[in-house]
Design a protein around this ligand. Structure first.
Ligand code: TLP
Length: 348
């Protein structure tokens, strides 16, 4: 029996049609701008996000890094929430490679930034202060249990940043999940940011890749930054073909992942010592707090029963639904979770 892998939507496998599209992709040297499939993906991405241009990069981490390096000078400050993926999970890359000082401000439990707090974090002009080079948001919010923020919620932050002449970058790794959950177009969310990236290699099931979107001028600069960090790929159309396929065929089905996540959350909420409010589950991420059983113990016993979940710091355990998971898998994962939890109660 295979494992039910709920660690992340990054574990998704390319479908056989996607593999075929990759195998048959027309390619060229993308550093010369001559890969027709990469060019097609970039044009499609820009169009979907309502931006002038786009840039295919290797990963979400590279997308955020290239964006931050393009927006900011060394010594600039970048404002983001303490739970932002860029702050928690990207190895301090913006500091290490860009000399960018991160100013992490408190976000709420769903990862939302308060516009007033953002405004207070923006530095005034002055000899002593770093310049605020960027404000970053994340939608959906990973550590915020996949929360999806509306254009209005994002717009309130963007308005404040722009009033101070500071650009806004959106880590939209899962922007399509946000758009589907809210029933809006991704471009309506992207409109609230100057630049954004989205990931192809998560819920959209591609093996590799993310796309940065923004103005033609920004993307031209970002292309050079990508080259600097070693991200100039050559016949990358083989990878981009998966992205083209995903944008055409894999977006609408994300709704299934959201339904499965809700089903999982509702089941987990019934278990003693497992805290989760299922009404807060909007997309494909379910984070529970383990009030009794130590989370790492829970995860390892769950693994023995064929279910994989991820530790999410503190008392938190994260489950992510995706293309490789169906409703039956969710029921099995719930049975396994119940056995692990009740097992402890018996032992105690
Ligand atoms: N997130 C991964 C892990 O790194 C935690 C996951 O399993 O969720 N932005 C956001 C919001 C992300 O969730 C991730 C990946 C990234 C950026 C980075 O993408 P990759 O992994 O492609 O570098």
């Amino acid at each position: 029996m295979g494992m039910i892998d709920l660690r992340s939507d990054t574990v998704t496998q390319p479908t056989s049609e996607m593999r075929r599209a990759m195998a048959e992709a027309e390619v060229g040297d993308d550093v010369f701008g001559e890969d027709p499939t990469v060019n097609r993906l970039e044009a499609m991405a820009a169009e979907r996000m309502g931006k002038e241009a786009a840039l295919f990069v290797a990963s979400g981490t590279m997308a955020n890094l290239v964006s931050a390096l393009t927006h900011c000078q060394r010594g600039d400050e970048m404002v983001l929430g303490t739970d932002a993926h860029i702050f928690v999970n990207e190895v301090g890359g913006v500091a290490a490679m860009g000399g960018i000082q991160v100013k992490a401000i408190p976000n709420d439990s769903r990862g939302k930034l308060d516009p007033e707090t953002v405004e207070q974090a923006i530095r005034p002009d002055g000899l002593h202060f770093p310049s605020t080079g960027l404000v970053c948001m994340e939608n959906t919010h990973n550590r915020g249990s996949g929360a999806a923020f509306t254009a209005q919620e994002m717009g309130a932050v963007t308005e404040v940043a722009h009033a101070h002449g500071v650009p806004v970058h959106l880590d939209g790794a899962r922007i399509f999940n946000a758009a589907i959950a809210l029933g809006v177009s991704p471009s309506s969310l992207a409109a609230e940011a100057d630049t954004l990236n989205f990931c192809l290699s998560k819920g959209l099931s591609c093996p590799v890749g993310s796309v940065v979107c923004g103005s033609a001028e920004f993307i031209a600069k970002a292309r050079k930054t990508r080259k600097m960090v070693g991200g100039g790929m050559r016949q990358a159309g083989v990878l981009a073909a998966a992205g083209v396929f995903a944008l055409e065929h894999m977006v609408d089905r994300l709704a299934e992942d959201h339904d499965n996540a809700k089903r999982l959350a509702q089941g987990l909420a019934q278990l003693p010592g497992v805290v989760i409010d299922p009404s807060q589950v909007q997309t494909n991420i379910v984070i529970v707090e383990m009030m009794e059983k130590p989370p790492l113990e829970f995860i390892s016993e769950l693994k023995e029963r064929g279910v994989l979940a991820n530790y999410n710091l503190g008392r938190r355990v994260r489950f992510v639904t995706h293309h490789g998971i169906n409703a039956e898998d969710i029921d099995e994962a719930l049975d396994a979770s119940e056995a692990v939890i009740r097992g402890k109660a018996h032992a105690g």
